[in-house]
Design a protein around this ligand. Structure first.
Ligand code: PGA
Length: 243
């Protein structure tokens, strides 16, 4: 089971250091769950400094496929590795929606990061319009096949996150059955080891979502910003994977 906290554009270096110190105490026991936090770029080193040598890994929220270049605003794989970062999220729906990321750039980012030994959480998911038009499977197929085209044999370090866009930050979670159905569909397309669910995961709904057979963890936004609720979700995952 993998639980990853996507902090989006929240928490600078000071808040990040304080969160990590408090979170380590609150979590106590991580047996059975892999935990990742993904702070903004400027806070990565603060997180690494607090968490180094421990069980919790630090991921960036994006990574570029080129090594260096005239690419304002981008960060390369080797820069992340030098900063002690263990992986990156790619293709988040907010990147796709607001920053013109495509299936192709997502796949390039994923392939390059994996090639450098970074872990990757590659996000896919349909919008509300797409779901209502009955296009969920077609959209997932297009998004997953783009990743599979650049990474035909998914390595252990790759996780796919199914995040229905209509469930992100809306408080409207997919039902466990809806999540399971989408996860099973993705698994049928691509033999990736872990498929995470994302979209309004909270302590109150984590257990029913994480109990689904094809749900191997969660990508948590809002609830990962709070030490107590994020630790509770991680403990639920640990308990379920040990039972
Ligand atoms: P949310 O965000 O948990 O706040 O819905 C999830 C995500 O965007 O990864």
């Amino acid at each position: 089971m993998l639980i990853a906290g996507n902090w989006k554009m929240f928490k600078g270096p000071g808040e990040t250091a304080a969160f990590c110190a408090a979170f380590l105490e609150e979590l106590e026991d991580d047996r059975g769950v892999d935990v990742v936090v993904a702070p903004p770029f400027v806070s990565l080193q603060a997180a690494v400094a607090e968490l180094e040598g421990g069980p919790i890994r630090v991921y960036a929220q994006n990574v570029h496929w080129e090594e260096e270049g005239a690419l304002t605003g981008e960060v390369s794989r080797s820069m992340l590795i030098a900063a002690g970062v263990a992986g990156a999220i790619v293709g988040h729906s907010e990147r796709r929606e607001y920053f013109c990321e495509t299936d192709e750039t997502t796949a390039l980012r994923a392939a390059a990061a994996l090639e450098s030994g970074l872990g990757v959480i590659a996000c896919v998911g349909e919008t509300l319009d797409e779901r209502e038009a009955g296009e969920t499977e077609a959209v997932l197929r297009r998004q997953v096949e783009a990743i599979a085209a650049t990474v035909p044999e998914p390595p252990e370090g790759l996780a796919v996150a199914y995040e229905p866009v209509w469930a992100i930050g809306t408080g409207r979670t997919a039902t466990p059955e809806t999540a399971q159905e989408a996860h099973a569909f993705v698994r049928g397309l691509y033999p990736v080891e872990r498929i995470l669910y994302g979209g309004s995961v909270k302590p109150e709904n984590a257990e029913e979502l994480l109990s689904q057979p094809d749900v191997d963890g969660a990508l948590v936004g809002g609830a990962s910003l709070d030490v107590v609720s994020f630790a509770e979700i991680c403990r639920t995952a640990a308990r379920l994977s040990r039972s």
